[in-house]
Write a protein that binds this ligand. Structure first.
Ligand code: V47
Ligand code: SF4
Length: 365
């Protein structure tokens, strides 16, 4: 018999809830149903049940700093407002000295993670990336370096002429400790062709993640939703991640990324709704039964909805960030950064216990 909370929920969700309670993995059809239901509260209750079984009342955040070393990118994905061509107004690439300065500007803060990503800038050589990692490690020896998406790793392997494994090894030796999600967008060839044809595709993205996990480096995974993708394509994406996680166990967190269209080639598309954003979190929590952490990235969905998302399956709000560029260039209205006190208050006000973590989810005192 189902517990009381299942009494008034959507009939289709009832059988999903029963599967969840019995530890039965959800199918593709179940995944589609999670996105199609209008019973947001019922969906949230099931996701919250799973979230609490793993993390009780705890909600994580990290004291982090973002560093976007260049915005010059040869890929020019149609959904990206951040990238520029070399020489275009506003195009930049930081030297290692400028990176050092940006780190020194905040050296008095207890930063525990550096999140470093950038565009594919053909004027930077492989040594630049090694020097970048070593500079960051020298200035911030106690913070973990979470850097580069699989798109950058593929690019660096071509740039260096090294094999994929050797490229990863050299970056690891220089200080790379973890990798963010990003770059996969939606693991589907139709969406790939339409929106980011120059970027690596589905198979290559999975191949690189596999190699990175084999090298002992954990990564996150993301999904960019709210553009041209269908519900079925979203579910396929989640299932591809789940399958790879069964194999490698190398994913740490999943982060649904809400598409922001301002200043992109898709500026005619409306923003995602609160329904879309909360369903993205809850569906991820329920489909990705082998992922420990689901992040509600407050930068994308706003501080207020991120608080609500903690009761819809999310257990992590990402971090303080301070200087987010990618989503703000595409019109995000959230703050550019939050203080540690603000993060803790947000979590407490949502009824959860804040836990400051490092990149590997160890609590930080
Ligand atoms: O891959 C680009 C996305 C990603 C837009 O792993 C956009 O902890 C919305 O991956 N609207 C980079 N999204 C960000 C990312 C990330 C962020 C926070 C935490 C972690 C983590 C990873 O941003 C890109 C792309 O999917 N993106 N343009 C846009 N207009
Ligand atoms: Fe380049 Fe990444 Fe923007 Fe695509 S999303 S254009 S790869 S910076």
């Amino acid at each position: 018999m189902l517990p009381f909370i299942a009494k008034n929920i959507d009939k289709k969700l009832e059988s999903i809830y029963s599967k969840v309670l019995n530890g039965i993995r959800l199918s593709k059809e179940d995944g589609i149903c999670l996105y199609e239901t209008n019973d947001l509260i019922g969906l949230g209750k099931i996701a919250d049940h799973v979230r609490r079984a793993r993390h009780k009342n705890q909600a994580f955040y990290v004291y982090n700093q973002h560093l976007n070393y260049t915005n010059v990118c040869k890929n020019r994905c149609r959904f990206c407002a951040y990238a520029k061509d070399e020489g275009q107004a506003g195009a930049y690439a930081y030297t290692c000295e400028q990176i050092e300065q940006r780190l020194l500007d905040r050296i008095d803060e207890p930063v525990k993670e550096l999140h470093i990503v950038g565009g594919l800038n053909e004027s930077l050589d492989f040594q630049y990336f090694i020097d970048l990692l070593k500079t960051v490690k020298r200035i911030r020896p106690d913070a973990a370096i979470k850097a580069f998406t699989c798109v950058e790793i593929d690019y660096l392997s071509n740039l260096s002429g090294l094999s994929l494994d050797e490229t990863i090894q050299q970056l690891k030796n220089a200080g790379l400790e973890m990798m963010p999600g990003g770059g996969a967008e939606v693991l589907n060839s139709r969406v790939h062709e339409a929106l980011f044809p120059k970027k690596i595709g589905h198979e290559r993205w999975l191949e690189i993640v596999r190699a990175v996990h084999k090298a002992g480096i954990k990564t996150n995974a993301t999904m960019l939703y709210g553009h041209i993708e269908t519900i079925e394509e979203r579910v396929d994406h989640l299932m591809a991640l789940r399958e790879l996680q069964d194999e490698t166990k190398g994913f740490s967190a999943f982060i649904p990324l809400a598409f922001h269209s301002e200043n992109t080639q898709l500026s005619h598309l409306p923003p995602t709704t609160a329904m879309d954003d909360l369903k993205a979190v809850a569906a991820a929590r329920l489909m990705l039964d082998n992922f420990d952490h689901i992040k509600a990235y407050w930068v994308m969905i706003g501080e207020k909805l991120a608080q609500v998302a903690l009761s819809f399956g999310a257990d992590d709000l990402d971090g303080t960030i301070i200087e987010e560029k990618i989503t703000h260039t595409a019109g995000a209205k959230s703050a550019k950064g939050l203080t540690q006190d603000q993060m803790e208050e947000m979590i407490k006000a949502a009824g959860f216990e804040p836990v400051q973590r490092d990149s590997f989810y160890h609590p930080v005192n």
